[in-house]
Design a protein around this ligand. Structure first.
Ligand SMILES: [Zn+2]
Ligand SMILES: [Zn+2]
Length: 281
């Protein structure tokens, strides 16, 4: 396989969702990392796109409008990136409102759950996040709270022990279905891409099922795993070829602490697959 050396990062979060940098500071970080094409893909909100777009222009960065939408597939949450979206599209805006409300309900449930375990004080997240217009609240905010207050040693442990989806399975709050989310993205002129396909820890069979369904519904791309030693890497590549998907590439950047955008990771993007950033080349 031949590899690309161009640096692209089409999966980044700002503090409008659960990242730590403002869209503006994120654009500078991208610039300093020598990345040439990037996208802001906040969870279920497009509120940071304009600021990111304006700063990118000043820095001569190629910027793609994006969003990362939570969807429900057979009771599991699957993250779908919408790239090249028109963020003024009504269908998308209305759809995202549903997910933002769902996030609020889940956040209240998480506070109750953490209180019941004796981890008091997480309601402060609700007041600080929900008072900011257009911002969203996510599990990562609670994971940081648990670590910062020494209730838990690491973000990963916080997710596993206290914030796993399984604790909130019976909640009324459900994200929109995979089919609805793909519809909104397509309606907004975007390309729907499955984010971090290996994070869901699916069996081969379930991964195949998800991707087949995604293709049936009009999904068009998959984010390429940046770690090639993963046991499912070859399977993902073969499914990309089978369905003639676009590949996308992103670090899922949240903060300088959590992620490092390095050339070593990004230089391993296979060259012989059709990619979503071709538009800029
Ligand atoms: Zn995600
Ligand atoms: Zn993400």
């Amino acid at each position: 396989m031949n590899y690309n050396t161009l640096l692209v990062d089409l999966h980044c979060h700002s503090n409008i969702s659960d990242g730590l940098l403002s869209p503006r500071d994120l654009a500078y970080t991208i610039y300093n990392s020598n990345i040439k094409i990037w996208s802001l893909t906040d969870h279920d909100t497009t509120a940071g796109l304009l600021e990111a777009q304006q700063e990118s222009k000043k820095l001569s960065l190629n910027f793609i409008n994006g969003v990362e939408v939570s969807s429900d597939w057979n009771g599991r949450t699957i993250h779908i990136l919408g790239l090249y979206i028109d963020h003024c599209n009504n269908c998308l805006i209305e759809g995202l409102k549903n997910n933002i409300n769902c996030r609020k309900t889940r956040a209240f449930n998480i506070v109750k759950h953490l209180d019941s375990l004796g981890f008091y004080g997480s309601d402060s997240i609700l007041s600080s996040r929900l008072n900011i217009k257009s911002s969203i609240v996510g599990r990562l905010h609670f994971a940081r709270f648990l670590v910062d207050n020494a209730y838990c040693q690491s973000i990963n442990k916080a997710f596993q022990k206290y914030l796993s989806d399984r604790f909130f399975k019976n909640s009324d709050a459900k994200y929109a279905s995979l089919s609805d989310v793909i519809l909104w993205i397509k309606n907004a002129g975007g390309i729907a891409v499955i984010a971090h396909p290996l994070n869901y820890k699916f069996s081969n069979q379930d991964l195949n099922k998800l991707i087949e369904r995604f293709a049936d519904l009009g999904g068009e791309g998959i984010e390429i795993p940046l770690f090639q030693n993963h046991k499912h890497y070859e399977l993902i590549i073969s499914l990309i070829k089978k369905y003639n998907f676009y590949i996308s590439c992103g670090s899922d950047f949240h903060s300088l602490k959590d992620n490092v955008m390095t050339k070593e990771r990004f230089s391993k993007i296979p060259k012989d697959l059709k990619n979503v950033w071709d538009y800029f080349l």
